[in-house]
Design a protein around this ligand. Sequence first.
Ligand SMILES: [Zn+2]
Length: 73
Amino acid sequence: MPIYDYACDDCGTKFEKLIRKEAEAANLDCPRCGGLHINRELSLPAAPLSSQQSMPTTCGVGPSCGASWCQRK
Ligand SMILES: [Zn+2]
């Protein structure tokens, strides 16, 4: 069951909605203002493209950034 991102045109609220059937997607209203002008947002990849090309093993210069992948001590 897909979860879609929606944005309300009236108040700008963004929310996620689990869509079990198409009829539900067609009858959405805003959880905040009740408006019916709801737009489905395009879902973006979780990670930006640049970070998918090569995972760094350190954070560069300076003290450790504390990230789990960072080997800088
Ligand atoms: Zn709204």
